[in-house]
Design a binder for this molecule. Structure first.
Ligand code: PMV
Length: 320
């Protein structure tokens, strides 16, 4: 056995990592089959450490809960599902596990924390059992957890947290997005949790009530994604910002924004952002702003915090 895989007590251990993601364009519409673009947030990541136990217990240690998995609160059920799904896929799985999660990804902020935890768990259990980590196997584990976390989802989060580069996602298909110049984004936390499942359900109801209007909005959100691809390729920051602004207006029409998100979007634009919008499910969660250039990102962060953002982060999408 590889000594690096054993704890001080000689028990087998495994480590798995994953990062957060932010949806740049196309959220909500993607549920109806249009494309979306997501970027990795490498600065917000998590580590899962699993250690074999001598008994048959499954024990969790995370910021939200420490104790037996059987007593875990409902919000951790996706995580427990991911553990069982990953164990079921391995042949040499231990019967008891300590699962320790050290995460910098805020929960329920549209940043993919549930998908990232599930990916980290799958990778950690794969590491412990020395089972080769097929990305499709990791994805299956993530989707088992995401179905519990969000109900029926497009699958975008699961792909986005596992990709190191920006992706275009449509109907389960993933392609990398070529980027012609570095793009610096500022992410601002509204401080409010957003329930993706509730927001997706609200859009579904709105579509049932006003089918042609909502389908028109969905179609345009998908069109914005397709238009943005050329802008990414050429690194056209002003044009990308304008598309983000338009996407935010359309998401507001879908009733998934709220007063805090609108205020932060307004503050970002007032502070010179090339564009700004809510990101992810909305109704709480985060705002994503595109800085006109990297040098202005710190000012943008300050202005967003002055406008009430509880936390801000910067991320740069490099040319690829
Ligand atoms: O709130 P998040 O970041 O998990 O994003 C959800 C994205 C939606 O398009 C609203 C739902 C989905 O399943 O794609």
């Amino acid at each position: 056995m590889n000594p690096a895989r054993t704890s001080v007590h000689g028990a087998r251990t495994g480590i798995g990592r994953a990062h957060a993601k932010s949806i740049l364009l196309g959220e909500h519409a993607v549920v109806y089959g249009t494309p979306a673009i997501a970027v990795p947030l490498h600065a917000l990541d998590l580590t899962v450490r699993v250690t074999e136990r001598a008994d048959e217990q499954l024990h969790l240690r995370s910021a939200l809960f420490t104790g037996s998995a059987a007593d875990a609160p409902q919000r951790l059920h996706p995580l427990v599902t991911a553990i069982h799904a990953a164990l079921a896929l391995t042949t040499s799985a231990p019967i008891g596990l300590d699962v320790e999660i050290d995460s910098a990804i805020p929960f329920e902020r549209g940043l993919g924390s549930s998908a990232a935890v599930a990916a980290g768990i799958a990778r950690a259990i794969g590491d412990l059992t020395e089972t080769p980590l097929d990305p499709e196997v990791v994805h299956d584990v993530v989707m088992a957890a995401e179905t519990i976390a969000h109900g029926r989802s497009s699958g975008l989060d699961g792909r986005a947290v596992a990709s190191d580069v920006p992706i275009r996602f449509r109907g389960g298909e993933v392609t990398p997005v070529p980027v012609g110049a570095p793009l610096t984004f500022v992410l601002a936390d509204s401080g409010h949790e957003g329930s993706t499942a509730e927001a997706v359900g609200a859009v579904r109801e709105l579509r049932e009530t006003f089918p042609s209007r909502v389908d028109g909005i969905i179609g345009r959100l998908g069109g914005i994604v397709e238009e943005s691809l050329d802008r990414f390729a050429t690194g056209d920051v002003p044009a990308l910002g304008a598309l983000m602004d338009e996407a935010h207006s359309l998401l507001t029409e879908l009733e998934v924004s709220d007063a805090t998100l609108d205020r932060l979007v307004g503050a970002a634009r007032g502070a010179g952002a090339a564009g700004a919008k809510l990101t992810g499910g909305g109704r709480g969660g985060c705002v994503l702003a595109l800085a006109p250039d990297a040098a202005r990102a710190a000012d943008l962060e300050t202005m967003l915090r002055d406008a009430g953002a509880t936390r801000t982060w910067q991320t740069t999408v490099e040319t690829a």
